[in-house]
Design a binder for this molecule. Structure first.
Ligand code: FMN
Length: 216
């Protein structure tokens, strides 16, 4: 069993690499729970939490999932594959009510709750691009899980190389579910990937308006 050292967030961010290959060693349930909970604590628009996650650990199901992911070997090698989805109908099927209930427990003002009951169905039933809205929310939870896994000393692999219809079939997902991304979690096998480098702040970040590079 590899010796896992908890890292701070800065170390996890800077040392993280998209893991090329996993050794398959298991992850304790307690660590997995911590990783999943981190994601479930992410922020979302109106706190609607439209994300859903399928945890795949059995050899048989990982093999099927691999076939839906262009045969990428790490799907089968990872200790855990977390399939991150967004549910386009969650808000219609209880999420809105539960969000308001939880909010009220935490002190949500009643006039906010009354407004939200009207505004949220208006907003989402007329949304021009619900898959985009789901992606925006789900990727925050996904990234939070990825970073928590790295903080705990595990290795991760984010993946968009999959065929959504095949993943949905393997996991028996309801029609309202959109597959957003897959996260492999486990222990690195062999050497890590090279560092691909990142674009500079001067080129990527603007000061006050487009075109003025931020100088710090
Ligand atoms: C949303 C997303 C999807 C990705 N999908 C795949 C994938 O399907 N297969 C793969 O080998 N790498 C995948 N990657 C890994 C990227 O290639 C990798 O993150 C990038 O090259 C930067 O390398 P680094 O993460 O090691 O810094 C994905 C990364 C992200 C963020």
């Amino acid at each position: 069993m590899p010796n896992l050292i908890e890292k701070n967030l800065s170390q996890a961010i800077m040392q993280r690499r998209a893991t090329p290959s996993f050794d398959g060693a298991a992850i304790p349930d307690g660590a997995l729970e911590k990783i999943l909970n981190a994601g479930l604590n992410a922020p979302s628009g109106y706190n609607l939490q439209p994300w859903r996650f399928v945890v795949v650990r059995s050899a048989e199901q990982k093999r099927r999932l691999r076939a839906a992911c262009y045969n990428q070997a790490k799907v089968e090698e990872a200790s855990v594959m977390v399939v991150a989805c967004g549910d386009a109908d969650g808000w219609r099927k209880g999420d809105l009510e539960e969000m308001l209930e939880l909010g009220r427990e935490g002190g949500m003002p009643e006039n906010y709750a009354e407004q939200a009951k009207v505004n949220i169905p208006n907003y989402l039933s007329n949304h021009p691009n619900l898959p985009m809205w789901l992606n925006r929310q789900v990727m925050i939870a996904f990234t939070t899980m990825m970073l928590m896994a790295e903080v705990l000393g595990y290795d991760t692999a984010p993946m968009e190389g999959f065929e959504a219809d095949k993943v949905s079939e393997v996991l028996k997902l309801p029609l309202s579910y959109h597959v957003v991304a897959l996260l492999g979690i486990g222990h690195l096998k062999g050497s890590d990937k090279f560092y691909g480098g990142r674009f500079s702040t001067a080129r990527m970040v603007f000061d006050e308006e487009y075109g003025r590079p931020l100088k710090l």
